[in-house]
Design a binder for this molecule. Structure first.
Ligand SMILES: [Zn+2]
Length: 82
């Protein structure tokens, strides 16, 4: 799996919506790619903050925007995987 794929699957990965094979691929990529682990942590922290502010779930439109921002920020950086 490439970083681009991981990022595009990240939302579903966090929600446990990926099938078994993709989850395994995502985990294998995360085990070897520092950048994607940082993105995953950041995303999970952001989701946690939303919950702490009393929103049980982030509105789909907000999630969509957050992931678009993350994807742009991530993909604009030079390739820097371990
Ligand atoms: Zn990666």
């Amino acid at each position: 799996m490439q970083c681009e794929e991981l990022i595009s699957y990240l939302s579903d990965y966090i929600d446990h919506n990926l099938d078994e094979a993709l989850t395994k691929e995502a985990e294998e990529h995360l085990a070897t790619c520092h950048n994607c682990r940082v993105v995953l942590n950041t995303t999970q922290k952001t989701l946690l903050l939303y919950r702490q502010h009393g929103q049980v779930t982030m509105k789909p439109v907000h999630r969509e925007k957050m992931f678009q921002r993350l994807e742009r920020a991530f993909l604009s950086k030079p390739e820097n995987c371990d």
